[in-house]
Design a protein around this ligand. Structure first.
Ligand SMILES: Cc1ncc(COP(=O)(O)O)c(C=O)c1O
Length: 399
């Protein structure tokens, strides 16, 4: 069982005086940062804020910490260190990748996108239609928001080069069977790009198990600094054209990041691994088993909230009502503007948001009134049972 006291002790936000009395339910927007990340970021700014990789101690230490972040994160995800790169955000990373993929495709070839994705893993790919690429949409069920792999099979043929879909949508919450979907796409000869932004905070995946060619997530939603992280498997990374400086094209982790990297934030990403490894050691499990502990805790907290929302006539719960195959990113449509309700919850010490969360396509696909948007209640493994109770009481007062 997850030791919640230990977990919360790793997040300074829980002892921050100005946050006392507030229960945080907008974690899918951005999580609290863990102590090792804050420590590493502070140390970098205080002791190593120089150009890295030069032959003097402060610079060498800064460069080594940047390498350490890449090496340890990639090990956790079971990929080679040069298969992992950092970029400013997942949205910017997909833009760059979309340019690379476009250059590797011929007009008339096709890609598949979903209407379950956040715009970051949808819009940049859809724009390839302007360059003669056929864009096919794998549509969600309008009632449940579910993406049916059987429907993907009907869209796949020999002209499809890429399939893009989310590991978990930021409004539907259902965990998609990535390995199964990837196997279907690969069998048809297509690459696979997975948006893992909404899933990664609940456990970093083993990419050998998932099998996908690209896996993207955002460190700032995964207890880290504001960075986007891209895992691109070697076979695809080598095949795609260089998007960085011409002389960096042979270095896979530089090939898809045209921007100069944010040294301090990359270095601080090693703190995410410090946290996961520290938690694993404390619990007596392997770092990859931490996800299971997180999930069990989240499921136990989530089910009463799902039951409550599902039973309320005035709200429409989006996504599954059962916690087991879900992330605790729970969106509900209401009969009034969701932001108004979020403001009401704030009166009761609840931090939550209302709106479209850039999930305009899935919300439209499920017939949600975009002017009202959805109230999103999202939490992670550091959330405590009494915070969920506080949320339930607050919902009773405002709904
Ligand atoms: C599922 C999902 N994908 C992608 C993004 C975009 O990430 P970033 O803010 O790093 O561009 C978000 C951000 O909310 C998201 O929730």
């Amino acid at each position: 069982m997850l030791d919640l006291t230990y977990v919360r002790g790793q997040f300074p936000a829980f002892s921050e005086p100005s946050l006392q009395g507030w229960a945080f339910f907008e974690n899918a927007g951005g999580s609290y940062a863990c102590q090792p990340v804050i420590d590493r970021l502070t140390r970098f700014y205080q002791q190593r804020k120089v150009q890295p990789y030069a032959p003097y101690p402060a610079s060498e230490a800064g460069g080594a910490e940047m390498d350490e972040a890449r090496t340890r994160l990639s090990a956790l995800m079971n990929i080679a260190p040069d298969e992992l790169s950092f970029g400013p955000s997942t949205t910017q990373n997909t833009y760059v990748l979309a340019q690379a993929v476009r250059q590797a495709m011929q007009p008339g070839e096709a890609i598949i996108v979903t209407n379950q994705d956040h715009e970051a893993n949808s819009g940049p790919w859809r724009r390839l239609a302007d360059h003669g690429i056929e864009v096919r949409e794998w549509k969600i069920d309008p009632q449940t928001g579910h993406l049916d792999p059987a429907a993907l099979e009907n869209l796949l043929d020999e002209s499809v080069r890429l399939v893009c879909f989310p590991h978990c949508s930021n409004v539907v919450g259902e965990i998609n069977p990535v390995a199964e979907i990837t196997a279907l796409a690969h069998a048809a000869g297509a690459w696979v790009c997975v948006d893992g932004v909404s899933y990664a905070p609940h456990g970093l995946p083993d990419l050998d198990v998932l099998g996908c060619d690209i896996y993207l997530f955002s460190a700032y939603k995964t207890y880290g600094p504001h960075q986007g992280i891209m895992a691109i498997r070697r076979a695809l990374a080598e095949l795609l054209p260089n998007q960085g400086h011409s002389f960096n094209g042979d270095t896979l982790y530089k090939k898809f990041t045209p921007a100069g990297p944010d040294h301090a934030q990359i270095a601080a990403c090693a703190g995410m691994v410090d946290y996961i490894e520290g938690l694993a050691a404390h619990q007596g499990v392997s770092p990859r088993e931490v996800a299971g502990l997180m999930h069990a805790h989240e499921v136990a907290l989530m089910q009463p909230l799902l039951d409550y929302l599902d039973a309320k006539n005035s709200v429409r719960l989006l996504g599954p009502a059962q916690a087991e195959n879900r992330a605790p990113t729970i969106a509900v449509a209401l009969q009034r503007p969701a932001e108004e309700v979020a403001r009401g919850l704030a009166q009761h010490g609840i931090m939550a948001g209302g709106g479209d969360f850039y999930a305009v396509r899935p919300l439209s696909g499920m017939g949600v009134d975009l002017d009202k948007g959805v109230l999103r209640l999202s939490f992670v493994h550091y959330t405590a049972p009494d915070e969920v109770e506080k949320l339930l009481k607050a919902l009773d007062a405002v709904l």
